[in-house]
Design a binder for this molecule. Structure first.
Ligand SMILES: Nc1ncnc2c1ncn2[C@@H]1O[C@H](COP(=O)(O)OP(=O)(O)O)[C@@H](O)[C@H]1O
Ligand SMILES: O=P(O)(O)OC[C@H](O)CO
Length: 495
């Protein structure tokens, strides 16, 4: 009998979801669990890989039970994952050599500076599309090899292996396949965007043994068969979560873009088969590679802190009790009262790439209340997105006329209205806002013939809500000028 469903794991920065979709891309059932954020020192962010694997198994089990689904009805499994986060584990025992170093972690600042001494921050950009920054996996692997006792020897012996979260999950799900996909590999700094293979020279410069690294595969392809809870289900896709959201939003044509508002915020613009270098602080990255079809590339504007700033308001300042409460509080005032929050907690990503920037709250007066700060917190995400969109419009020939959005923050009307106001274009949310999991499911379904072509997927996409710009242009540009001034106050804080 024909299989009815496709499933996806969405392993994100704050939580893990397992979602089962039907042929129309509708959610049948799901389960989600958070995991611990570990902050051992200022600027350091870690996850426990074993906890991530436990949470993954747990959400799979719960969702299957909730939906009363027999894994035999699942045609394929796709994986979407937080990108860049680096894990090194022993291939014989499965034991990690330490916690995962999360993408937001800035401990590799010195390593990046040292690597940039020769030829500067863009030393590797031609090959890998990325500037030298603490964000990417390569310097994180180097940090582990240089700082974890006995690790370099274990790597040289071939016992210690590296993976981003996709690789770590595939390894566990299959019982030992050491595989990554092109989108995840494109975030390491170690892959050549043209050849889609590890770059020998970069590996040599960073002193990373090639045998630690997984084999690079297309994003949509059967990698193996699951064991355990999903026994027998083909594992048929892996994509970095932001690339997965691009697929879930069916942005398959050059010029189509989406912005995902989660822990961070990531805008990706499909550039087709062209590898477009950025002159304005964007990343060039692989968008997806479906089986044997040529790779499709994207320009990306990465913002490190978006929803994470709302969490900070909740967890560190205790101004709100839930993330959703930020909107209620923000709506008790008309505007931010001249307050700007620039969340350079992990330095500044696009379009600045300044590791040494640190966060500021600017424009404070006795008039400012926690409500103004709540509003400024929401506005920070919108302003950062404006800077990224400006860079996109400068880098590419196309001007974006509307923006497709998704992620945990897009339930916030106040933010989305402000977003449309400061971009000056409509902001459009689709009915299925779980686009990350959906994109991984689409890529997996395509690999096993559950769906036959990309066009079929476009028919599943439908508008849920559109926000139209309302703010007068002069006011918008005046506020933007102050935002830029606040940003400049964060520069060169770390010495
Ligand atoms: N109503 C809301 N208003 C503002 N932020 C929100 C709201 N709901 C969730 N968030 C934020 O969205 C983020 C979670 O989104 P999600 O897409 O699940 O993130 P991730 O995939 O990065 O784990 C959290 O940082 C949370 O603070
Ligand atoms: O898990 P998210 O949604 O915060 O996404 C994180 C990104 O993949 C980091 O590059």
């Amino acid at each position: 009998m024909a299989k009815k469903y496709v499933a996806a794991i969405d392993q994100g920065t704050t939580s893990t979801r397992f979602i089962i979709f039907d042929r129309r891309g509708q959610i049948i059932c799901s389960n989600q669990q958070e995991h611990q954020q570990i902050y051992p020192q200022p600027g350091w962010v870690e996850h426990n890989p074993e906890e991530i694997w436990q949470r993954t198994q747990s959400v799979i089990k719960n969702a299957l039970e909730i939906g009363n689904i027999d894994p035999k009805d699942i045609a394929a499994l796709g994986i979407a994952n937080q990108r860049e986060t680096a894990i090194v584990w022993n291939k014989n025992t499965g034991k990690p050599y330490g916690n995962a170093i999360v993408w937001q972690d800035t401990r590799t600042h010195k390593i990046c500076e040292k690597l940039a001494e020769f030829e500067g921050k863009d030393r590797f950009q031609k090959r890998c599309g990325l500037p030298l920054a603490t964000y990417f996996s390569g310097p994180k692997i180097k940090w582990m090899l240089d700082n974890i006792s006995g690790l370099r020897e274990a790597a040289d012996r071939g016992d210690a292996i590296f993976g981003n979260v996709d690789t770590f999950l595939i390894w566990h799900l299959t019982g030992g396949a050491h595989i990554t996909d092109v989108t995840n590999a494109s975030r390491t700094m170690l892959m050549d965007l043209q050849t889609l293979d590890w770059d020998a020279e970069t590996l040599e410069i960073m002193a990373i043994p090639r045998q630690m690294l997984p084999e690079i595969r297309p994003s949509s392809q059967v990698f193996g068969t699951a064991k355990g809870l999903l026994a027998g289900v083909p594992i048929a896709a892996a994509l970095g979560d932001q690339q997965a959201a691009l697929v879930g939003q069916t942005c398959f044509s050059p010029g189509e873009a989406k912005n995902t508002y989660g822990t961070g915020c990531f805008m990706l613009l499909n550039t087709g088969e062209a590898i477009v270098p950025s002159k304005n602080g964007l990343l060039t990255t692989v968008a997806y590679k479906m089986g044997e079809s040529p790779a499709v590339y994207a320009l990306e504007g990465s913002i490190a802190i978006a929803g994470a700033l709302v969490q900070w308001l909740r967890d560190n300042l205790g101004i709100i009790n839930t993330s959703a409460e930020v909107e209620t509080l923000a709506n008790t005032v008309e505007d931010s009262g001249g307050v700007y929050v620039v969340p350079a907690f992990s330095g500044l990503y696009a379009p600045y790439w300044k590791d040494s920037a640190r966060g500021v709250i600017a424009g404070l007066t006795r008039y400012a209340t926690k409500a103004h700060i709540a509003r400024a917190v929401l506005e920070a995400t919108a302003w950062q997105t404006r800077e990224v969109l400006d860079a996109m419009n400068q880098d590419s020939a196309v001007q974006l006329l509307s923006l497709k959005v998704d992620g945990g923050m897009v339930g916030n009307h106040t933010l989305m209205q402000f977003q449309s106001d400061v971009l000056g274009v409509p902001v459009v949310r689709p009915v299925v806002a779980e686009t990350t999991a959906l994109g991984a499911a689409y890529a997996a379904g395509l690999a096993v013939g559950f769906w036959s072509q990309l066009a079929e997927l476009r028919d599943n996409w439908a508008v849920d809500f559109t926000w139209e710009p309302k703010m007068p242009i002069a006011l918008r540009e005046q506020k933007y000028r102050f935002w830029k001034k606040a940003v400049s106050r964060t520069f060169d804080w770390e010495e």
